[in-house]
Write a protein that binds this ligand. Structure first.
Ligand code: GLN
Length: 536
């Protein structure tokens, strides 16, 4: 087997250029050529992980199978390359420093002064190589968060510089920049790209490939000019133009032979381009779909497009696999009342109640659930959404007027959702929830089992509270069934009301493992039920 190749992806000029999507697209193309590929993200902030960040700061918190709270780019990686990521795929500055400080306290540095260079940079390099040496991937793509020029990214760039030197041909740098279009002059401007590359060169890194994000086609002249000023070959100047869906990006990159340039530069054989069959089939179904299914997403972060990223993508995949176009309507839970519920929800084919934490917006979720239940609209509740399903049912069907989760009301007389036993003594917030994949046994004949087409499943979690089993009999007698149970702990993972068309709440997050080529069956089945609801 050839040595592992390390590819670094940096960004310049501005943030939000889509480094994650470019990394994932390149990974997809290399994977389609038969290579084993993984993608890793370095985030230059001091938090140990994004688990303690709220969505306003950092969008959705993604969760890996092994229970790591991670950057949402890992979600893109999994959706594109269809293999699970892990704790090793997302490292923050906080974790690098924590490891170095722990080593210092243990005495590992034998009396040396501990410094950014070499100790922090060595720790960064160790984490880059870990995926190559331990897991033996052919390609490790490392995305460096932030923008070149940020103070925070300097140690990472220094590590890249050193690795470039150590690894020679086995290492490659891709730099993403932005080419603005000045409408008044009708011109695309390359100066920001030139400056950004200069900044990289100042820290000793010569990019091998430039990916230019643009809203207009780049002419050959523009490409030649960038190549000339930035010391890269013209065929290594790639444009990343706006496309209607991020899932087109791999095709756009393949058209311009990004993968071939990478193979050439890393000294690998270049065979014929793979045809990306199943990926294209997905894209065709997406473009061919005409009929619309309307899903209302009820949550409190509706103004933030990234807050429910994986849910949006899962719904979109599910609609595509049902040959429908998704119309996702964000419904602000804080603005929902019994008075306006019909106006805001009456038109929805299906309703999804979002996950979340804390009191804010919770009453609106009860309003939505009552409306959905009474009007028999297909509904999926995820995590807090499932817990709200249970509380709403307790209040309005079982007659437990003050039922609640002890997360919202510690003194509730009906603690139908309560803190998990093992969570009671936890005082630290970081990384201490019930996290990662757990098994669940579904009841034969339940709607959930039908959706999955099997009874043994494993799904990822992120919560501290749970369904209180003391109330199980009361719920089941009234018609809300506990149809998914963790075989080891007896925790309730899935509830449903079989009498209704489709009314399922899951304690776990099915959105985390839904990928383009392997959509989560619960979402596909939920959207199918929503579509059947239109037809009626
Ligand atoms: N706040 C709830 C809990 O901790 C639900 C969490 C979530 O929706 N991810 O149990």
């Amino acid at each position: 087997m050839a040595d592992t190749k390390y590819i670094f992806v940096t960004g310049g000029v501005t943030s939000s250029l889509g480094k994650g999507i470019i990394s994932a697209s390149l990974a997809k193309l290399l994977q389609a050529r038969g290579y084993s590929v993984t993608i890793q993200k370095f985030d230059p902030y001091i938090n140990i992980d994004p688990g303690t960040l709220n969505p306003y700061e950092h969008g959705e918190c993604y969760v890996t199978e092994d229970g790591h709270e991670a950057d949402l780019d890992l979600g893109h990686y999994e959706r594109f390359i269809n293999i699970p990521t892990s704790r090793a795929n997302n490292i923050t500055t906080g974790r690098i420093y924590q490891n170095v400080i722990e080593k210092e306290r243990r005495g590992d540095y034998l009396g040396k002064t501990v410094q950014i260079i070499p100790h922090i940079t060595d720790e960064i390099k160790r984490n880059v190589k870990l995926l190559g040496t331990k897991h033996k991937f052919d390609f490790v793509i490392t995305e460096i968060g932030g923008t070149v020029g940020d103070i925070e990214s300097l140690p990472y760039l220094e590590s890249v510089r050193q690795l470039r030197w150590e690894l020679g041909k086995n290492c490659l740098c891709i730099h993403l920049t932005y080419v603005p279009y000045i409408a008044a002059a009708k011109e695309l401007k390359t100066k920001p790209t030139q400056h950004s590359v200069k900044q990289l060169q100042e820290v000793g890194i010569q990019p091998d490939i430039l990916v230019l994000r643009t809203e207009h086609e780049l002419t050959q002249d523009v490409r030649r000019k960038v190549a000339l000023f930035c010391n890269v070959e013209p065929n290594a100047v790639i444009q990343s133009i706006d496309v209607p869906s991020i899932y087109y990006v791999p095709l756009k990159m393949q058209e311009q032979k990004l993968d071939e340039v990478v193979l050439q530069k890393t000294g690998m054989p270049v065979h014929e381009a793979p045809n990306l069959g199943p990926w294209k089939t997905f894209l065709n179904r997406m473009t061919d779909a005409e009929k619309i299914v309307k899903i209302g997403l009820v949550g409190k972060y509706v103004e933030l497009p990234d807050a429910y990223k994986s849910i949006n993508e899962s719904l979109f995949q599910a609609a595509t696999y049902n040959d429908y176009k998704l119309k996702l309507v964000f419904i602000h839970s804080e603005k929902l009342t019994d008075e306006n519920a019909a106006e805001k929800l009456g038109d929805m084919d299906g309703i999804l109640i979002a996950p979340g934490f804390g009191q804010r917006g919770i009453e609106g979720k009860f309003v939505a659930l009552k409306y959905a239940r009474e009007n028999n609209i297909p509904t999926l509740g995820i995590c807090l959404g499932m817990q709200c399903m249970v509380i709403e049912y307790a209040r309005n069907v079982l007659g437990y007027k003050e039922a609640n989760s002890t997360e919202m009301d510690i003194k509730t007389p009906y603690n139908v959702i309560d803190i998990m036993e093992e969570q009671k003594n936890i005082t630290h917030m970081g990384g201490t929830m019930r996290l990662g994949a757990y098994d669940c046994e579904l009841k034969e004949g339940s709607k959930a089992a039908e959706a999955y087409g099997k009874t043994s499943i494993s799904e990822r979690h992120r919560h501290r509270f749970e369904f209180n089993n003391e109330y199980k009999d009361a719920f089941e007698a009234a018609g809300m069934k506990c149809v998914g149970i963790n075989p080891d702990t007896n925790l309730v993972e899935v509830v449903e009301i079989p009498e209704l068309k489709w009314f399922i709440g899951v304690q776990y997050h099915p959105e985390y493992n839904s990928t383009v080529l392997n959509p989560n069956p619960l979402f596909v089945n939920f959207v199918k039920a929503a579509i059947e609801n239109i037809k009626k």
